[in-house]
Design a protein around this ligand. Structure first.
Ligand code: ADP
Ligand code: MG
Length: 263
Protein backbone atom coordinates (compact mmCIF):
# COMPACT_ATOMS: atom_id res chain seq x y z
CA UNK A 1 0.00 0.00 0.00
CA UNK A 2 1.39 3.39 -0.96
CA UNK A 3 1.90 6.06 1.69
CA UNK A 4 -1.03 8.40 2.31
CA UNK A 5 0.06 11.90 1.31
CA UNK A 6 -3.00 14.11 1.54
CA UNK A 7 -6.23 13.41 3.35
CA UNK A 8 -9.37 15.54 3.64
CA UNK A 9 -11.74 14.34 6.35
CA UNK A 10 -15.29 15.64 6.23
CA UNK A 11 -14.14 19.04 4.97
CA UNK A 12 -16.42 22.05 4.49
CA UNK A 13 -15.75 25.44 2.95
CA UNK A 14 -18.69 27.79 3.26
CA UNK A 15 -18.72 31.44 2.25
CA UNK A 16 -21.06 33.83 4.04
CA UNK A 17 -22.31 36.56 1.70
CA UNK A 18 -24.68 38.66 3.78
CA UNK A 19 -27.65 36.39 4.46
CA UNK A 20 -26.62 33.79 1.91
CA UNK A 21 -24.36 30.82 2.60
CA UNK A 22 -22.42 29.54 -0.42
CA UNK A 23 -21.53 25.91 0.24
CA UNK A 24 -18.52 25.72 -2.11
CA UNK A 25 -17.32 22.50 -0.48
CA UNK A 26 -19.87 20.63 1.56
CA UNK A 27 -18.42 17.72 3.52
CA UNK A 28 -15.91 15.95 1.29
CA UNK A 29 -13.51 13.08 1.92
CA UNK A 30 -10.48 12.83 -0.34
CA UNK A 31 -7.50 10.55 0.09
CA UNK A 32 -4.41 10.82 -2.08
CA UNK A 33 -1.48 8.43 -1.96
CA UNK A 34 2.14 8.90 -2.92
CA UNK A 35 2.69 8.53 -6.67
CA UNK A 36 -0.97 8.64 -7.68
CA UNK A 37 -2.40 10.56 -10.63
CA UNK A 38 -5.74 11.82 -9.36
CA UNK A 39 -8.36 13.91 -11.13
CA UNK A 40 -11.02 16.09 -9.51
CA UNK A 41 -13.83 16.26 -12.09
CA UNK A 42 -17.10 18.17 -12.11
CA UNK A 43 -19.10 20.87 -13.86
CA UNK A 44 -18.36 24.56 -13.43
CA UNK A 45 -19.19 25.73 -9.90
CA UNK A 46 -19.10 22.23 -8.39
CA UNK A 47 -16.27 23.15 -6.00
CA UNK A 48 -13.22 21.85 -7.87
CA UNK A 49 -10.98 24.89 -7.44
CA UNK A 50 -12.03 25.33 -3.82
CA UNK A 51 -11.21 21.67 -3.19
CA UNK A 52 -7.87 22.02 -4.92
CA UNK A 53 -7.01 25.10 -2.87
CA UNK A 54 -7.79 23.12 0.28
CA UNK A 55 -5.80 20.10 -0.91
CA UNK A 56 -2.88 22.42 -1.70
CA UNK A 57 -3.09 24.37 1.59
CA UNK A 58 -3.78 27.61 -0.29
CA UNK A 59 -6.90 27.91 1.83
CA UNK A 60 -8.15 26.69 5.21
CA UNK A 61 -11.46 24.86 5.71
CA UNK A 62 -14.50 26.18 7.57
CA UNK A 63 -14.73 22.76 9.21
CA UNK A 64 -12.97 19.40 8.93
CA UNK A 65 -9.44 18.08 8.99
CA UNK A 66 -6.72 18.19 6.35
CA UNK A 67 -3.61 16.05 6.71
CA UNK A 68 -0.45 16.52 4.69
CA UNK A 69 2.17 13.79 5.23
CA UNK A 70 0.29 12.82 8.39
CA UNK A 71 0.39 16.35 9.85
CA UNK A 72 -2.90 18.13 10.57
CA UNK A 73 -2.60 21.41 8.66
CA UNK A 74 -6.22 22.56 8.97
CA UNK A 75 -5.51 25.01 11.79
CA UNK A 76 -2.10 26.40 10.80
CA UNK A 77 -1.36 30.09 10.30
CA UNK A 78 -0.84 31.38 6.76
CA UNK A 79 2.93 31.86 7.27
CA UNK A 80 3.31 28.21 8.32
CA UNK A 81 1.15 27.02 5.42
CA UNK A 82 3.23 29.06 2.98
CA UNK A 83 6.42 27.35 4.17
CA UNK A 84 4.92 23.87 3.82
CA UNK A 85 3.48 24.37 0.35
CA UNK A 86 6.65 26.13 -0.87
CA UNK A 87 8.57 22.92 -0.25
CA UNK A 88 6.02 20.18 -0.87
CA UNK A 89 3.65 21.40 -3.56
CA UNK A 90 3.99 22.86 -7.04
CA UNK A 91 1.03 24.65 -8.64
CA UNK A 92 -0.12 24.97 -12.24
CA UNK A 93 -3.09 27.17 -13.15
CA UNK A 94 -5.37 27.50 -16.17
CA UNK A 95 -4.14 31.05 -16.88
CA UNK A 96 -0.45 30.10 -16.34
CA UNK A 97 0.07 32.91 -13.76
CA UNK A 98 3.56 33.82 -14.95
CA UNK A 99 4.97 37.15 -13.82
CA UNK A 100 4.99 39.34 -16.96
CA UNK A 101 7.99 41.54 -16.15
CA UNK A 102 10.28 38.60 -15.34
CA UNK A 103 11.92 36.47 -18.04
CA UNK A 104 10.99 32.82 -18.43
CA UNK A 105 14.12 31.80 -16.54
CA UNK A 106 13.53 34.33 -13.75
CA UNK A 107 9.97 33.04 -13.36
CA UNK A 108 11.35 29.55 -12.76
CA UNK A 109 14.01 30.86 -10.35
CA UNK A 110 11.51 32.77 -8.19
CA UNK A 111 10.14 29.93 -6.00
CA UNK A 112 13.72 28.87 -5.23
CA UNK A 113 14.51 32.36 -3.99
CA UNK A 114 11.73 32.02 -1.40
CA UNK A 115 13.42 28.83 -0.20
CA UNK A 116 16.75 30.63 0.21
CA UNK A 117 18.63 28.87 -2.61
CA UNK A 118 21.76 30.71 -3.86
CA UNK A 119 21.52 32.59 -7.14
CA UNK A 120 24.07 30.42 -8.95
CA UNK A 121 22.26 27.24 -7.97
CA UNK A 122 18.92 28.76 -8.94
CA UNK A 123 20.28 29.49 -12.41
CA UNK A 124 21.63 25.97 -12.90
CA UNK A 125 18.38 24.34 -11.74
CA UNK A 126 16.24 26.70 -13.87
CA UNK A 127 18.33 25.90 -16.96
CA UNK A 128 17.96 22.17 -16.29
CA UNK A 129 14.21 22.53 -15.91
CA UNK A 130 13.98 24.55 -19.13
CA UNK A 131 15.68 21.68 -20.95
CA UNK A 132 13.24 19.24 -19.37
CA UNK A 133 10.23 21.10 -20.77
CA UNK A 134 12.01 21.57 -24.13
CA UNK A 135 12.40 25.34 -23.82
CA UNK A 136 16.16 25.67 -23.37
CA UNK A 137 16.26 28.41 -26.03
CA UNK A 138 13.49 30.51 -24.48
CA UNK A 139 15.00 31.40 -21.09
CA UNK A 140 15.51 35.08 -21.89
CA UNK A 141 12.09 35.60 -23.45
CA UNK A 142 9.30 37.33 -21.56
CA UNK A 143 5.97 35.51 -21.11
CA UNK A 144 4.26 37.67 -23.78
CA UNK A 145 6.88 36.55 -26.30
CA UNK A 146 5.98 32.85 -26.16
CA UNK A 147 2.86 30.80 -26.99
CA UNK A 148 0.22 29.55 -24.53
CA UNK A 149 1.51 25.99 -24.67
CA UNK A 150 5.03 27.23 -24.00
CA UNK A 151 3.80 29.39 -21.10
CA UNK A 152 2.18 26.35 -19.51
CA UNK A 153 5.42 24.40 -19.89
CA UNK A 154 7.25 27.26 -18.15
CA UNK A 155 4.63 27.01 -15.40
CA UNK A 156 5.36 23.27 -15.13
CA UNK A 157 9.09 24.01 -14.85
CA UNK A 158 8.35 26.62 -12.19
CA UNK A 159 6.15 24.16 -10.29
CA UNK A 160 9.09 21.74 -10.23
CA UNK A 161 11.60 24.34 -9.00
CA UNK A 162 11.73 23.17 -5.39
CA UNK A 163 11.40 19.52 -6.35
CA UNK A 164 7.99 19.09 -4.66
CA UNK A 165 6.35 15.73 -3.99
CA UNK A 166 3.01 16.91 -5.36
CA UNK A 167 1.94 18.85 -8.45
CA UNK A 168 -1.50 20.45 -8.35
CA UNK A 169 -2.91 21.51 -11.69
CA UNK A 170 -6.18 23.46 -11.92
CA UNK A 171 -7.60 23.08 -15.47
CA UNK A 172 -4.05 23.00 -16.90
CA UNK A 173 -5.26 22.74 -20.51
CA UNK A 174 -8.28 25.04 -20.15
CA UNK A 175 -6.73 27.82 -22.25
CA UNK A 176 -5.01 25.58 -24.80
CA UNK A 177 -6.08 23.92 -28.03
CA UNK A 178 -6.37 20.12 -28.00
CA UNK A 179 -2.98 19.34 -29.50
CA UNK A 180 -1.05 21.80 -27.31
CA UNK A 181 -3.01 20.58 -24.30
CA UNK A 182 -2.00 16.99 -25.04
CA UNK A 183 1.66 17.94 -24.96
CA UNK A 184 1.19 19.60 -21.55
CA UNK A 185 -0.68 16.49 -20.31
CA UNK A 186 2.10 14.23 -21.59
CA UNK A 187 4.59 16.19 -19.49
CA UNK A 188 2.39 15.68 -16.44
CA UNK A 189 2.15 11.96 -17.22
CA UNK A 190 5.94 11.78 -17.55
CA UNK A 191 6.39 13.51 -14.17
CA UNK A 192 3.98 11.01 -12.63
CA UNK A 193 6.05 8.14 -14.07
CA UNK A 194 9.11 9.73 -12.45
CA UNK A 195 7.33 9.47 -9.10
CA UNK A 196 5.50 12.79 -8.62
CA UNK A 197 2.00 12.74 -7.25
CA UNK A 198 -0.28 14.62 -9.65
CA UNK A 199 -3.66 16.10 -8.77
CA UNK A 200 -5.49 17.59 -11.71
CA UNK A 201 -8.72 19.55 -11.69
CA UNK A 202 -10.75 19.36 -14.88
CA UNK A 203 -14.29 19.75 -16.18
CA UNK A 204 -13.49 17.45 -19.10
CA UNK A 205 -14.37 13.80 -18.35
CA UNK A 206 -12.26 12.54 -21.29
CA UNK A 207 -9.18 14.18 -19.85
CA UNK A 208 -9.79 12.71 -16.40
CA UNK A 209 -10.43 9.30 -17.96
CA UNK A 210 -7.34 9.34 -20.16
CA UNK A 211 -4.79 10.39 -17.57
CA UNK A 212 -5.95 9.75 -14.00
CA UNK A 213 -5.98 6.43 -12.18
CA UNK A 214 -8.53 7.73 -9.68
CA UNK A 215 -11.28 10.30 -10.28
CA UNK A 216 -13.30 12.21 -7.69
CA UNK A 217 -16.57 13.33 -9.28
CA UNK A 218 -17.88 16.49 -7.60
CA UNK A 219 -21.37 17.92 -7.69
CA UNK A 220 -22.66 20.83 -5.62
CA UNK A 221 -19.63 20.74 -3.32
CA UNK A 222 -20.00 17.02 -2.60
CA UNK A 223 -18.19 13.93 -3.87
CA UNK A 224 -20.81 12.15 -5.96
CA UNK A 225 -18.62 9.11 -6.62
CA UNK A 226 -15.04 7.94 -6.89
CA UNK A 227 -13.90 5.82 -9.81
CA UNK A 228 -10.71 3.81 -10.27
CA UNK A 229 -9.24 2.98 -13.62
CA UNK A 230 -8.05 -0.49 -12.67
CA UNK A 231 -10.78 -1.22 -10.16
CA UNK A 232 -14.33 -2.46 -10.20
CA UNK A 233 -15.76 0.88 -11.27
CA UNK A 234 -14.37 2.19 -14.52
CA UNK A 235 -14.72 5.79 -15.63
CA UNK A 236 -15.04 4.67 -19.21
CA UNK A 237 -18.16 2.61 -18.47
CA UNK A 238 -19.78 5.48 -16.61
CA UNK A 239 -19.27 7.87 -19.48
CA UNK A 240 -20.40 5.35 -22.09
CA UNK A 241 -23.68 4.82 -20.25
CA UNK A 242 -24.36 8.54 -20.19
CA UNK A 243 -23.45 8.80 -23.86
CA UNK A 244 -25.72 5.89 -24.85
CA UNK A 245 -28.63 7.44 -23.00
CA UNK A 246 -28.15 10.73 -24.84
CA UNK A 247 -27.69 8.93 -28.11
CA UNK A 248 -31.00 7.07 -27.75
CA UNK A 249 -32.75 10.32 -27.05
CA UNK A 250 -31.29 11.86 -30.18
CA UNK A 251 -32.29 8.84 -32.28
CA UNK A 252 -35.89 8.93 -31.03
CA UNK A 253 -36.23 12.62 -31.85
CA UNK A 254 -34.85 12.24 -35.36
CA UNK A 255 -37.24 9.32 -36.10
CA UNK A 256 -40.18 11.51 -35.16
CA UNK A 257 -38.96 14.22 -37.50
CA UNK A 258 -38.63 11.80 -40.41
CA UNK A 259 -42.18 10.51 -39.85
CA UNK A 260 -43.59 14.04 -39.94
CA UNK A 261 -41.79 14.76 -43.18
CA UNK A 262 -43.22 11.63 -44.75
CA UNK A 263 -46.80 12.59 -43.75
P1 ADP B 1 -15.30 25.15 -9.84
O1 ADP B 1 -13.83 25.29 -9.75
O2 ADP B 1 -15.78 23.72 -9.82
O3 ADP B 1 -15.88 25.86 -11.03
P2 ADP B 1 -15.33 26.75 -7.40
O4 ADP B 1 -14.65 25.90 -6.42
O5 ADP B 1 -14.53 27.84 -8.01
O6 ADP B 1 -15.96 25.82 -8.55
O7 ADP B 1 -16.62 27.40 -6.75
C1 ADP B 1 -17.64 26.64 -6.12
C2 ADP B 1 -18.75 27.57 -5.67
O8 ADP B 1 -18.29 28.40 -4.62
C3 ADP B 1 -19.26 28.49 -6.75
O9 ADP B 1 -20.64 28.62 -6.60
C4 ADP B 1 -18.54 29.78 -6.48
O10 ADP B 1 -19.29 30.88 -6.93
C5 ADP B 1 -18.41 29.77 -4.96
N1 ADP B 1 -17.21 30.48 -4.49
C6 ADP B 1 -15.92 30.16 -4.79
N2 ADP B 1 -15.07 30.99 -4.18
C7 ADP B 1 -15.83 31.89 -3.49
C8 ADP B 1 -15.53 33.03 -2.66
N3 ADP B 1 -14.28 33.42 -2.41
N4 ADP B 1 -16.59 33.69 -2.12
C9 ADP B 1 -17.86 33.29 -2.36
N5 ADP B 1 -18.20 32.24 -3.11
C10 ADP B 1 -17.21 31.54 -3.69
MG1 MG C 1 -12.42 26.20 -11.07
Amino acid sequence: MRKSLIKLENVFKHYYMGDIVVKAVDGINISIHEGEFVAIMGPSGSGKSTSMNLVGSLDVPTKGKIYLDGEDISQLEESELAQIRGKKIGFIFQSFNLIPNLTVKENIMLPMMFQGIEREDREVIAEDLLKKVELADRGNHYPNQISGGQMQRVAIARALANNPEVILADEPTGNLDTKTGEKVMDFLRQLNKEGKTIIMVTHEPELAEAYAEKVYWLKDGKVEKVTHKNGHFSVEKEEKQLFDKDNKRVVKKSKKKIKKKGD
